[in-house]
Design a protein around this ligand. Structure first.
Ligand SMILES: *Cc1c(COP(=O)(O)O)cnc(C)c1O
Length: 539
């Protein structure tokens, strides 16, 4: 007798109809979140590999030895392309021995060897890098009651905000140049001290695609024996194969102690796989958790998870094996050409500007304040206009830095290899969207908020009260008043225009926005009342 109460084919058909409502994951229409190689065969290969290891538990690579073999190979590939191999290190061009490249006489010393782990994604890689650095800092200062600091440019990925919060570090965010999004070495150096457990720089940063000055920061960190993490989560597997010459940003730079790079971004793997590489076996061992202090099996975890899926690892392993470095060079070349084309296009659109000097396959677009107001383009209106035409760009809010300067609100574009094949359509859509909104002033968040507050049941006072803390019901009421949540907790799709939402994000106090966003996301996944749940549960 079958255990199924419903025909599996019917269940899959149901999923297919759910999938049909998703933003398109292929074809280059979504310029964030998804990293489309444009090669269907890569997705097929990844799926087949993941399927083969579906029942495997990555928790114990001594029982499931395929996991050890794949992880070792993937870490090996990453270490090679990020110049962490003893004999491949150094961009000095001197043909120097590994010892010289690492600034050590012994290329096998535990202090210099680069080792690593495959993790579930960029956030986990970043959190683990912070844990390793924190524990190393603590070990050198036994009995220090102080809270360690994490120093980084304000453009550092939010994963480090999360890591600092989870792991008890004070986050010390250094302002960047509002015109370019770049930090200065002097500003970072000025924040260094004995309580700094880790400095993080990006290669490149997510918000503005800035390649932070890795070598210069590494020099000042190394002189003080402070750990330096390079967050190459988004760009790593693209920059390693980038066609243009770049300043050294990886393990070729002495003083870089760890580096993260996501295989589920420019490694073209399905979500759930990233690598964290660390210089020094002893340093890296601090990443692990182990205990025998319970009556069950001895626990040894390199990452945050216990039981680990092997699917994303296997998918990534297969892709790396099949593409090799030449395959990555080819795909990266496509993304690089497409990025140059999009950059040139935006440069040619009156009223918009590309922020700073982006490195790698992403860029941010802001208003060009150098033209007359009636010729300016608000990047959020631009993104909304492009979305109407089926192109999903990502809106980024403006931000006041702690020195009082303001980073502009921008629109982010992540360019992937597939973008090259849709360049004519994309270019036409971006140009048309620009023409449609040129001269339209940015939304005044304060004004919008005042208008919304006046309509609230409790008026503006309700909003002021909300700032001091909301319960779930009050948060949902506020979201509904903002038009972001329907009745009974139901959420529809995103509103047609996101510019007003982002304007609210900028105008509301941060903690209030964060609470509202938590409520929104929590309500999205909350099970519906039994009426709609019953058909699925019974027959
Ligand atoms: C994507 C990203 C992360 C976090 O990665 P997830 O895979 O989304 O968890 C960290 N840093 C940068 C620069 C990123 O772009």
């Amino acid at each position: 007798m079958s255990v199924f109460r419903r025909d599996p084919a019917e269940v899959i058909a149901e999923l297919e109809s759910l999938r049909a409502a998703d933003a398109p994951t292929h074809g280059g229409r979504v310029l964030s979140y998804v990293y489309d190689s444009g090669e269907h065969a890569i997705d097929e290969l990844a799926g087949e590999a993941a399927r083969l290891v579906q029942p495997v538990n990555g928790l114990d690579p001594t029982t499931f030895t395929s996991v050890a073999a794949m992880e070792s190979a993937v870490v090996g590939f990453a270490r090679r392309v990020f110049h962490g191999e003893p004999d491949a290190a150094g961009s000095s061009g001197s043909g120097s021995t590994a010892g010289a490249a690492f600034g050590s006489a012994d290329d096998d010393s535990d202090a210099d060897i680069v080792v690593g782990s495959v993790t579930s994604g960029g956030t986990e890689s970043c959190v683990l890098a912070v844990k390793t650095a924190r524990d190393d800092w603590r070990a050198a200062r036994a009995g220090t009651p102080r809270m360690p600091r994490l120093v980084a440019p304000v453009t550092v990925h939010a994963a480090f905000h999360k890591a600092a919060e989870l792991l008890g570090l004070a986050l010390d965010l250094v302002p960047v140049d509002p015109a370019t999004g770049a930090p200065t070495v002097d500003d970072l150096e000025a924040r260094l001290g004995d309580d700094v457990a880790l400095v993080v720089v990006s290669a490149p940063s997510y918000p503005f695609a800035t390649l932070d000055p890795v070598a210069e920061v590494a020099a000042v960190c190394a002189a003080r024996r402070i750990a330096l993490h390079v967050d190459a989560c988004i760009g790593g597997f693209a920059l390693a194969f980038w066609p243009d010459d770049l300043p050294a940003w990886d393990f070729a730079v002495p003083g870089v102690t760890s580096l993260s790079a996501d295989l589920h971004k420019y490694g073209y793997a399905p979500k759930g796989v990233s690598v964290l590489l660390t210089r020094g076996r002893d340093r890296q061992r601090r990443q692990y958790f182990a205990t025998t202090a319970w009556p069950g099996y001895p626990v040894v975890n390199p990452t945050l998870a216990g039981s680990r899926p092997a699917g994303p690892l296997a998918a990534s392993w297969a892709i790396v094996r099949a593409l090799g470095e030449p395959g990555f060079v080819e795909l990266t070349g496509r993304a690089a050409r497409a990025t140059a084309a999009v950059r040139a296009l935006v440069d040619g659109i009156e009223g918009l500007r590309v922020v700073g000097d982006p490195t790698g396959p992403l860029l941010a677009v802001a208003t060009d304040d150098g033209v007359a107001p009636d010729r300016r383009i608000d990047p959020h209106h631009w993104a909304d206009a492009a979305r109407t035409a089926g192109w999903h760009l990502q809106l980024q809010p403006g931000l006041v830095q702690r020195d009082g300067t303001r980073l502009p609100h921008t629109t982010h574009l992540t360019i992937t290899p597939v973008t090259e094949s849709v360049l004519p359509e994309l270019s036409a859509a971006l140009a048309a969207a620009a023409d449609a909104v040129r001269g339209a002033p940015p939304i005044d968040g304060g004004e919008l908020l005042a208008g919304l507050a006046a309509q609230l049941p409790g008026g503006a006072d309700a909003l002021a009260a909300a700032a001091s803390g909301l319960d779930s019901e009050a948060a949902a009421t506020l979201l509904a008043a903002f038009g972001l949540l329907g009745g009974a907790g139901a959420t529809g799709a995103l509103p047609d225009r996101l510019a007003p939402v982002l304007a609210l994000v900028e105008a509301l106090p941060g903690p209030l926005t964060e609470r509202l966003l938590v409520e929104l996301l929590a309500r999205v996944v909350e099970p519906r009342p039994a009426a709609s749940a019953r058909p699925a549960a019974s027959d």
